[in-house]
Design a protein around this ligand. Sequence first.
Ligand code: XMP
Length: 326
Amino acid sequence: NWTTGNILEEQVERIRQQIGDARVICGLSGGVDSAVAAALVQRAVGDQLTCVFVDHGLLREGEAEQVERDFVAATGVKLYVANEQERFLSALAGVSDPETKRKIIGREFIRAFEEAELAIITEAAAHGEKIKFLVQGTLYPDVVESGGGEGAANIKSHHNVGGLPEDLQFELVEPLRALFKDEVRAVGAQLGLPQEIVGRQPFPGPGLGIRIVGEVTKERLDLLRKADAIARAELTAAGLDNEVWQMPVVLLADVRSVGVMGDGRTYGHPIVLRPVSSEDAMTADWSRLPYDLLARISNRITNEVDGVNRVVLDVTSKPPGTIEWE
Ligand code: XMP
């Protein structure tokens, strides 16, 4: 039977045999799966692995640092960072349609990742080496789902950051292919990854880009990051991280409403809280969070985040709502 200990040793041994002395790259998204896959491969082949992190500027507060600082500190992995915030902002300028945003983010991500790949391939070639393998954090449910072909994945154009370019010239290393999410988290913990990475709730590849209803701008991203950080901190402080599956925080950038602050009238944006409980994200129900917690989140966001004068709660199940707003 499986214990984390022998999954780990067995996988490390298998990875070593597959990779031999070749070089390998792995894209990090900030999520659990790519982090654990990379940490396993690093454990198996050390510096033969180079990780690539494309920072698209659509992550939440602290998440880029979690990858660049905490993940590197915990694993000693060799990391190539592509700072692409400007690229994504300019590609998204003037775009409000959700599917168009998703396509742009997906396309730019693949391009940015390929450019990073090229830089690494070139560096390896200078040492007479070749990159032969690409690590993917594919889980068992992903394997089953892509075999099925039907379902929620078709409702919105899902893409996973770290998604594959079509003209794939690498062999795949998929160390998580037989595992479920909770086993992946256990392996990650065993490998010494920080709890913030291992325990992270699902977060969509297109990131905050699809949590701003309206055009994505730097100012709006900064505003949403602040509101989201407050909501997450309060949820954690209330000890409810494990009660909710995830809690998207959404900025209705195209909506404004009238409010009052001190002696003055305000005309600001609403923030939507979308806490849901779910088993697998295919269906979901809205989480009945305690009123006191909701009150704290609302007070803090309206007081601390300039430009937001209202916090609203999404009480829609899935279906008919989806978890994300776009
Ligand atoms: P929806 O909004 O379809 O979301 O109910 C279901 C789950 O999928 C996540 N999600 C994504 N994950 N790339 C991802 O990797 C995406 O484009 C994407 N869109 C939604 C969402 O956060 C929820 O967990």
